[in-house]
Design a protein around this ligand. Structure first.
Ligand code: C5P
Length: 326
């Protein structure tokens, strides 16, 4: 959760802004009994933001406009709705007629893209409702509620660059110098996170069977080289150290992503990876100017649906306009 000074908005409404994330490292351990994988990941928030407005209402409802809007569920499965309901419950509003909100989501983060767009909207709903209801929950209390909604929600609240442990929900801030210029290339269609994790398990099992290896998948491990490179602030050091254990699985489900990664490298990317469970590809550039050239080159290669230029680290979910009633 980030503190900015919100401007005055319409009475009874609060607007929050929340960033997308890329994973600079995603180390995936074995499948756990609860269906999740233990991970060690380096999250990095980038300047591609969804915006969400909550307005007091009799009943809770949601509308979604913008990038991928029609693909977002509008019922109780919507993560922003689930976040509002969870916060209403946690603060004793549920069932008293005072926990209803109309939620309007304006999306720029694509859906099912490996950029944690759904988690971002849940985080924005938490900070916006916390303000609307003057609930006064602390950042760590909101993160606790967020972690139950999705593994990436605590990071969408925190922003910046952070190491995530457990399912990704246990965060430690990472020491990072400078800012980083990225080009994000969106895939033609989305990928489901559970499908990509399942493909990762299948690939690992078939590789072990082929090698005749009896041993289990290793636990996830933080790259100390990457952490040192991030402290140096030199993108040329960071680029070659970007890594994602889910990348082979994402490539197996969308083989065209290989061409997108190649196009980025050919046009000067210092590092090229699939972001999270994909299919978005993230390319690191050495400067804002290099990112512009890279964006033009990747667009020209014609292997992606759309290309955007962003920078990181970006701040986490924050209220940007508040007309919360006193
Ligand atoms: O936590 P979230 O709801 O975003 O996770 C979506 C799905 O992604 C999980 O149901 C699980 O299949 C997979 N996942 C995983 N290990 C993680 C995070 C997510 O297997 N650490």
């Amino acid at each position: 959760m980030t503190h900015v000074t919100p401007v005055d908005g319409p009475a009874g409404s609060v607007t929050a802004r929340v960033p997308a994330k890329v994973n600079l490292q995603l180390s995936v351990g074995p499948l756990r009994e609860d269906g999740y994988h233990d991970v060690v990941t380096v999250y990095h928030a980038v300047s591609l933001f969804d915006e969400l407005t909550v307005t007091s209402a009799e009943r809770t409802s949601v509308t979604v406009t913008g990038e991928g809007g029609p693909a977002v569920p509008l019922g109780p499965a919507n993560l922003a709705v689930r976040a509002a309901v969870a916060l209403a419950r946690a603060t004793g509003r549920r069932g008293k007629g005072s926990g209803g909100v109309r939620i309007e989501i304006r999306k720029r983060i694509p859906v099912a893209a490996g950029l944690a767009g759904g988690s971002a909207d849940a985080a924005a709903a938490l900070v916006a409702c916390n303000e609307l209801w003057h609930a006064g929950l602390s950042a760590s209390e909101l993160a606790g509620i967020g972690a139950r909604l999705g593994s990436d929600v605590p990071f969408a609240l925190a922003g910046g660059t952070a190491v995530g442990l457990g399912r990704g929900e246990r965060l430690t801030t990472a020491l990072v110098s400078g800012s980083y210029h990225w080009v994000l290339a969106f895939g033609a269609s989305g990928l489901s996170t559970p499908d990509v994790y399942a493909a990762c398990d299948r690939l690992r099992a078939s590789r072990r069977a082929k090698d005749g290896q009896p041993h289990a998948v290793q636990g996830p491990e933080l790259s100390t080289e990457l952490m040192a490179a991030l402290r140096s602030g030199d993108p040329a050091q960071v680029g070659p150290l970007l890594s994602n254990d889910l990348q082979p699985a994402a490539l197996s489900l969308q083989p065209l992503l290989r061409q997108a990664l190649l196009a980025g490298k050919e046009h000067g990317a210092l590092g090229a990876i699939v972001s999270g469970s994909g299919p978005t590809c993230a390319f690191l550039a050495k400067s804002a100017k290099a990112a512009r050239d890279l964006a033009v080159g990747v667009t020209g290669a014609g292997v992606c649906r759309a290309v955007v230029q962003v920078s990181g680290p970006a701040p986490g979910a924050a209220v940007v306009e508040s007309g919360a009633l006193a």
